[in-house]
Each structure stands twice: as structure tokens, then as C-alpha cells.
Design a protein around this ligand. Structure first.
Ligand code: FEO
Length: 413
């Protein structure tokens, strides 16, 4: 594999981007990626790495393996990569460590640092004949004229995850936390419209961070006690936060609390439009009950976009045909994915059509229960094609969902 740009292996003249007095962004922009382990990324992503020009030149994280040359080229625009003394791995997932062994071979750093769990994770990934030094929560590493302080963020979102904080510049290197999948030529939040930032950060939270919301809450409670004067949050994906720092932290507080709004999502798939007709009737019932509703057919909505909606909606209603005695494949795909994200406090309901056996709808109800959603009413099952009374039944199910949602909001307010 080509590892560096040179006369026989030219590459674009990539440049490093200054983030603060001593820190440069030296990551890579992936304009191509459209699927990130099951998460739809229609706007691509970035893999961010950061170079600290201290007495001990330090590289924070690396990039996905195919982007090694881009990262090294950006580093070379400010310093010879072989002058890097320390390499810090805040997170062992391959999008940040994929080229780590190769970069170690090229750069030959004096030392490589990771959290205790990071050392284990990197060893299990790469089986390298190389010592990695474990750093503890709260430990500081001298870079000569400045210091880097580490904070373990175990399970945000992997066991190895940690933050590094450069007090001299007030830069927090937050690995995946506060990130988003967004490929742009802009490197800072103040160069991108807020609605874009908010949507992409919410989508990232919903699809990556949500299962670890308890960890997020504890970390954000601990943050003020660290007395860090954060001037920039340098995440591993998307732009560096420097203008909306308080806002994105407050969004994380809100998303972690999973407060649910008076809104519902109806999602379904359909074979011959019977479950689709039922979905329309359920949605009309929800709306008639005074609750806004969004209908998200699985034929036109990716699972990760439905997960994003679930960040704050109050109710999820799911429809599935029965296919060969089973739940429809796209519906079990969705529910399996959502179960892993562990949304809290959802109301739910199930419906669907069938031909002769009808197990699919009951399987939807079981999966919603396994997600710990509170299932409203009995599932509505319709043989073959819904008639008017069947559609009235779906409408009534929608009304029941709306009433249950309103009753819950009344109790909570
Ligand atoms: Fe961006 Fe958990 O890797």
C-alpha cells in the first residue's frame, strides 16, 4: 500500500487547517461513504485527526486506513511526520485507528498512549509487536511546554473511549462525542448553518450515542468540576465546535434525558398496499386525537432516519405484513436496529395485514415489548385487504395512541 506522497506516488497537496495556536486539523474528508455500519450517511463524513505542535509533537488519533496518505500529506504541510513524538489514540474503532500500525511504522513515535481499555482494544485489533502506554483517568502527560490531560469516557461509545484536553489552547479532543457525519470543506461550526449542524448532530446522537445516554449524563455532570475552559471541541467527525459549544452540550443534556414530545411516527412496509392503507388510517386517528404524526414508509425511509425521529417523539406505531409466517424482513431489520439503540419511554402500537396465518403483527408487538416500549391496545390484524370497518379499527387504534400520549404528557407536566 502507498503510505506517503512522493514523486512516484503523487497525491493532492492536502493542507493542514489551524484550529488554535498550537493545534492543526490533519484529518481526511470522505465524500463517498453512504453507509456507516448500517447508518445512512448521504452527506459523507470526515475522519478527524489533530496535530499538536508542542515541544513533544503529538498526533491525536489517526484516520480510516484508505485515508492515511491524505492525513500524512496534511501533516507534512506543517511538519515532517517523522518529527511526531507522541501518538494518542482516543478511540480504537477502525475509522480512527485503521492506519495506526502503518503510521507507527512510518513515524516511529517515542510513545503511543491510550486508555487502559484502549490498549487492550488496539492489541486485539492489530496484534502489534509494540508497547502502548496506558493512561489513567485524570492523568496529565507533559508535552514539554504544555500538557495533555486525559478523561476516560468508557462506553461513550466504546469501552476504550477517552477525551484528551489541551489546557494551553482550551481544546477538548472528544473522539466521537459531539460528532456528526458531514463531509464539508468547512472545518468549523460557525461556517455551517445551525439547522444543518443540529440535524446531523442529532442523527449522530440517535444512531451512535443514544444507548449510552446514562454515561453522557454522568459525564456532563462531571464536566464543570474539571474546570476546563473549553474554547474548542475537536471531535473525530464533522466540524470543530468553537461557536456553539454551550448549545451542543445542552443538546446532549436534552437528548440524553430522552424527553418525549407529543408527536408520533407511523412506520410500515407493505406487499399489496393493505398495510399501507392501514397505516393511513392509523395516522389519521392519531392526528384526529390531537397529536402531530409523521408517516415513514420503510420503502422510502432509511432505518437511521427513523431512529433520528425517535430521539424525541412520544409514540412509535409499526405495521408489518406477514410473509411466510413471519414479520416482513424490512420491519424486523428496523426493530432489531432500534432495540439496540435502547430508546427509553416510548409508547407503541402494532398493526398489519396477512393472508392465512398472521404471525407478523404479533411478532411486531413482541419486539416492541422487548424494546421496553409501552404497547397501547391490542394489535390490529386484517386478513388480506382492509374493508371500511377494519380501517375504522385502525383509526381507533390511532386515537388510542394519541389519548395515551396526551395522558402521559398530562401526568408529566
Ligand atoms: Fe468514529 Fe466509534 O468511531
Amino acid at each position: 500500500m502507498m503510505t506517503r506522497c512522493n514523486a512516484t506516488s503523487p497525491c493532492a497537496p492536502f493542507r493542514a487547517v489551524p484550529v488554535s495556536e498550537h493545534v492543526y486539523w490533519v484529518g481526511a474528508i470522505d465524500w463517498n461513504v453512504r453507509d456507516f455500519h448500517g447508518y445512512a450517511t448521504p452527506n459523507g463524513t470526515t475522519y478527524n485527526a489533530y496535530l499538536i505542535l508542542a515541544d513533544r509533537v503529538t498526533l491525536i488519533d489517526t484516520v480510516k486506513a484508505p485515508y492515511q496518505r491524505e492525513m500524512l500529506s496534511r501533516i507534512a504541510s506543517v511538519i515532517d511526520p517523522e518529527r511526531i513524538d507522541y501518538l494518542v489514540s482516543n478511540h480504537a474503532e477502525m475509522d480512527h485507528s485503521g492506519c495506526l500500525p502503518s503510521v507507527i511504522d512510518i513515524v516511529k513515535p517515542q510513545n503511543v498512549f491510550a486508555s487502559t481499555m484502549g490498549v487492550k482494544a488496539l492489541t486485539d485489533h492489530f496484534h502489534m509487536d509494540r508497547d502502548i502506554t496506558a493512561v489513567k483517568d485524570g492523568e496529565s502527560l507533559s508535552l514539554g511546554n504544555m500538557a495533555l490531560t486525559f478523561a476516560e469516557t468508557r462506553m461513550l461509545h466504546w469501552p476504550d473511549s477517552m477525551f484528551s484536553y489541551l489546557e494551553a489552547d482550551g481544546v477538548l479532543f472528544s473522539n466521537d462525542a459531539f460528532g456528526m457525519h458531514l463531509a464539508t470543506s468547512e472545518r468549523f461550526d460557525d461556517e455551517i448553518p445551525w439547522p444543518t449542524l443540529e440535524h446531523e448532530a442529532a442523527k449522530y446522537y440517535a444512531n451512535i450515542v443514544l444507548p449510552y445516554s446514562g454515561v453522557v449524563m454522568k459525564l456532563l455532570e462531571k464536566l464543570p468540576g474539571l474546570s476546563w475552559s473549553i474554547k474548542a471541541i475537536a471531535t473525530d467527525h464533522g466540524p470543530v465546535w468553537r461557536e456553539h459549544i454551550d448549545t451542543i452540550i445542552n443538546r446532549y443534556v436534552r437528548w440524553a434525558a430522552q424527553r418525549r414530545a407529543m408527536r408520533a411516527v407511523v412506520t410500515y412496509d407493505t406487499m399489496w398496499q393493505s398495510t399501507a392503507k392501514m397505516a393511513e388510517a392509523v395516522a389519521e386517528g392519531i392526528l384526529a386525537g390531537g397529536v402531530p404524526v409523521k408517516v415513514m414508509p420503510l420503502a422510502s425511509n432509511h432505518r437511521s432516519d427513523i431512529a433520528t425521529e425517535l430521539l424525541d417523539v412520544g409514540a412509535l406505531v409499526v405495521g408489518s405484513p406477514t410473509l411466510n409466517n413471519n414479520i416482513f424482513p424490512t420491519v424486523i431489520d428496523l426493530l432489531t436496529y432500534l432495540k439496540g439503540l435502547r430508546p427509553q419511554g416510548l409508547l407503541a402500537a402494532a398493526f398489519g395485514s396477512y393472508g392465512w396465518s398472521g404471525e407478523g403483527v404479533e411478532q411486531v408487538r413482541e419486539l416492541l415489548t422487548a424494546m421496553k416500549a409501552e404497547v397501547v391496545g391490542d394489535p390490529v390484524k386484517v386478513k388480506y385487504v382492509p374493508d371500511q370497518p377494519a380501517l375504522e379499527q385502525c383509526y381507533t387504534l390511532g386515537l388510542s395512541v394519541a389519548e395515551a400520549l396526551k395522558a402521559r404528557q398530562h401526568v408529566e407536566s
